[in-house]
Design a binder for this molecule. Structure first.
Ligand code: KIV
Length: 272
């Protein structure tokens, strides 16, 4: 069972993640959106499970994460939280639920925490949302930041290209990263930025930095459907595929269809 972490079965907490950074132990994070997948991902030794609003893409088939609602995240969060024993469970606050005011952000964060049973929340953005982040943390909710490519702002940036590739944007990202740490975020996701910038932020921050498409960091995150090869149409340079479930599932379903049609299934042993 190569790759399985079995020696430390204690529940992962935000405090443990900080310790892991200090000890130079890398953090493995993956998304999940449902009970069955979350159970497998947790048992395979992933440290942090994210109920990403990428649920809107991979589960619902939307082009962007913008249509995802708080009720949908509560549903996915509850399915995952019920399955997980070891990993820290983090849930995305969806588009439009934390910008209107500090009070609205805290109310929505409390609803998401109580309705789902997750351990922590993730919010996209820097200084623009710092007051909302402070409010949520002061309500006792751990917050993970997210900078670089922030998919909820796709219409503002006009696409999903590399972020912070010029000096001005890189300086803004560094100062946002410090602001998030000072506001009390326990970790930070950096998405699709140059590797040198990820390295610099990892060195400057005490909190763990989790990369996706940003080169080496204190940890890495991928969308589970992408790394399992369930989705043929999405092949960015940063994605490593660990399985070809598209082919595995297509073959299995194709065999089932032909067995049903030929009358081979069910056979004598498969009936009462
Ligand atoms: O929604 C998501 O899955 C994410 C990860 C890609 C970091 O935010």
């Amino acid at each position: 069972m190569a790759g399985y972490i079995v020696e430390d079965t204690r529940k992962v907490t935000t405090v443990r993640l900080a310790e892991m950074k200090r000890q130079g132990k890398r953090i493995a994070m993956l998304t999940s959106y449902d009970y069955s997948m979350a159970q497998i991902v947790d048992q395979a030794g992933v440290d942090v499970i994210l109920i990403g609003d990428s649920a809107g893409n991979v589960m619902a088939g939307n082009q962007t994460t913008i249509p995802v609602t708080l009720d949908e995240m509560i549903y996915h969060g509850r399915c995952v939280a019920r399955a997980v024993k070891r990993a820290l469970v983090v849930c995305d606050m969806p588009f439009g639920t934390y910008h209107a005011s500090r009070q609205a952000a805290v109310e929505n964060a409390v609803r998401l925490m109580q309705g789902s049973g997750v351990d922590a929340l993730k919010l996209e953005g820097g200084v623009e949302i710092i007051e909302m982040i402070r409010g949520i943390i002061s309500a006792g909710i751990p917050v993970m930041g997210h900078l670089g490519l922030t998919p909820q702002s796709v219409n503002k940036f006009g696409g999903y290209g590399l972020r912070a590739s010029n000096q001005k944007e890189a300086e803004k990202l560094i100062s946002d990263a410090h602001a998030l740490q000072e506001a009390g975020c326990f970790a930070l996701v950096l998405e699709k930025i140059p590797a040198w910038l990820t390295t610099q932020v990892c060195q400057e921050l005490e909190i763990p930095v989790i990369g996706i498409g940003g080169g080496p960091a204190d940890g890495q995150v991928l969308v589970v459907h992408d790394m399992l090869g369930m989705n043929k149409g999405f092949s960015p340079k940063f994605l490593r595929r660990y399985a070809d479930l598209f082919t595995v599932i297509t073959d299995a379903v194709g065999n089932y269809v032909s067995d049903v049609k030929s009358g081979d299934f069910p056979n004598e042993k498969e009936q009462y």
